[in-house]
Design a binder for this molecule. Sequence first.
Ligand code: BMA
Length: 830
Amino acid sequence: MQIALTDWYVRTPDTTIETMLNKTLKASVPGCVHTDLLAHNLIEDPYLDQNEHDVQWISSTDWNYSTTFEVTAKHLEMDRLELVCLGLDTIATLFINDQEIAKTYNMHRAYRFDVKPYVQLGQNTLTIHFAAPQTWSEAQRDKLGDLPNAYSVDNAPYNFIRKMACNYGWDWGPRLTTVGIWQPIYLEAWNTARIESVRPLINLNEDLSKAQVDINISLDKVVKADGVTLEVHLSSPTGETFYAGSALTFEVDNPELWFPVGYGEQPLYTLKLELKHGTHLLDEWETRLGFRKVVLDTSLDDIGSAFCFIINNKPVFIKGANWIPDDCFPTRVDKARYRNRIMQARDDKMNMLRIWGGGIYEQDDFYDLCDELGILVWQDFLFACAAYPEEEPYWSEVAAEARYQVTRLSPHPSLVLWNGNNENLWGYVSWDWQRQLEQQDDSSERTWGRGYYLDLLPNIVNELDSNRPYWPGSPYSGSLDLHPLADNYGCKHVWDAWNQTDYSVYRAYIPRFVSEFGHQAPPSFATLLESISERPLKPDSPAVLHHQKAINGNDKLHTRLAEHFPVPKDIHVWHYATQLNQARAMDYGVSHWRSYAPTCMGTLYWQLNDCWPVTSWAAVDGYGRKKPLWYASRRFYADKLMTVQPRGSHLALVIVNDSDEVWQDTITVQRYSFSGEVLYEQTYSIEVSARQNHQLILDDGFHAHKKDAELIRAWVGSADDISDAWWFFDVDKRLNYPVAEYQLDITPTEGGYKLELTAQTLLRDVVVYADKLEPNTEVSDQLITLLPQESFTFTVRAARVPTVDELRANQVILCANDVIHDNSLVAQNS
Ligand code: BMA
């Protein structure tokens, strides 16, 4: 029997906080102090302008959440009365009727406390005191001695507290260190016994025709419960009984298999457990299950060692992105928002999301949706970019957290990997950590997290979730004797492209799997306008720079851009050029790595989403709007991809068939002048087997005579359903693009308008920024390249139909030609 806890209030015991002087606020639970203060208009939205600065006091303040509840005689008669807290953020002391009942130190665990000794018949009060997280974690750091941390310049001691690291600030995130009750909380009264946890583990045999289901159950019993029985019921996706009985281990024949998107369906079975005492139902538990087998092949081979997910005996090329918390205040992310975001990944032809270790173990809805939609999940344990102490109480906290989360998430078929950490093995080897650790303590070796990644976590996964692979870190090469970034082993991060060089360096690497690489760009224009009030907007105005968190972020944005384009000053052209450069960078990397399958078996770019409006590596911005990269991804992650790649002294057309059908087609490859004349052409009949690549070396006729004014286009299909691949012989800044000329025709439609664009000159990578006129528009496609006389029709979802003049006056349509011919250019065309 559950007793809901409603009507929460929040206040601070600190009498020096002016904003809260003599105030007790009605609070939202689940929620956090920031969202409560926002709801009461006591702070400005920290996502806007530079308001982030004004709310830093929140994380240096202690807070009390309190509520009252009624206890009846009936509750008191029950064997147990417990307080269930599914998530407390973070350093909490709990009081019932002013008596301390418990202390907690971990945002990532759930807790259950016996409260019978503390309650009384009638009215009771529950107060949860939260210690200021910033102050608390600094004190812990001071006590133990500092440890290397990529964000310590910003005094972010997140490695000393088990709490979502990135809300101490990250290179894409503001510092909004939350406090509050972030998951459901309630009282529960029960008799005799209850189901504490369930881990259904599925083992499929070699040919996948038979599954053994092992239901590992832990019961909480108060009496020697003779006569307590469990009934198990497994039903098929269509509702038929598949198994009914009392055995906790049973076999099922010919289960319908669960596949990732692109490989088959996602049938989900329902497992129901009923705990009974005689005929009386004590407790029940229900989950969905999917029958699928996952193996992470990391075997040694001629090149090094593989990193290949094999699902239901089929090697799967992973196409996806990294996932960060979708909001700094995670309770604002409801099921609809998760669905939107995960659909954006799926519509982008992705089959995996990696939940990165500086965030959270996401809420149940995330994994439920991934199960339904066939999106594979790679889950990091929550360690990122820092050395972590292994001393008590951390070791036990991490163990308890891992046991809880592994158990909680074990039923999900979408979850295919537990990963030890993000970049900590790399940090230890290459970021000067060893020296820093040695310097701190000569007498005994300082811990840094190795014991978690190579001992504690693999043991827990092996004990509780033995059918699911574990990998110690991203990046990691399979052994600490190898550099974690070794090209030929394991999974690799490629960050030099963004941090030091240029995206062209991607072609220098053929890793076995790339779990991070990324390129920044500003958010959509509407998001810039909504989050920054300075006018006129400028690329380097203070608030724009505030919404850029990477060290030297805008400098890197411009240095990387300058490799390809002159750097524009005009905000519109700057915004387009930087967004284009981001899309090009990811296209360049992914197309190259896909062209080297099966040596490389996956790419997860950094990052799908954002947690607030910011210039970052994301494809979808903090307000959920798609950047041009999203549209590029839909093409470079398509099942069928054609890409022109250099191979020795020649170019090759690589045809990537990541589908289950043979790809049979006639491909036309043409070399054009920029003015649209065909200079050379060949047609090829191809037949590429399922899940195979095929490489056509292009003959000498495809060498350019004028590198700055010719291009190659390979295409299949018909005029209205064309799929193509483009190749330009040099970087844009050295190309002789014509001044863009085109004609526009607008036709109103039911939900907006159709925009037909007819090119009078070559137009490269046209983007339609309809959001400049109306923020919540959606454009069907972006980054369209047209030869002279070709047309393309964009479908725009919008509330009103603009005129052609409006489109032109607001710089709604931009293409690469405009960057080269922009009047605002700083002269650096080389
Ligand atoms: C990697 C990630 C993140 C970071 C990103 C961009 O290091 O793991 O920590 O946000 O690069 O710098």
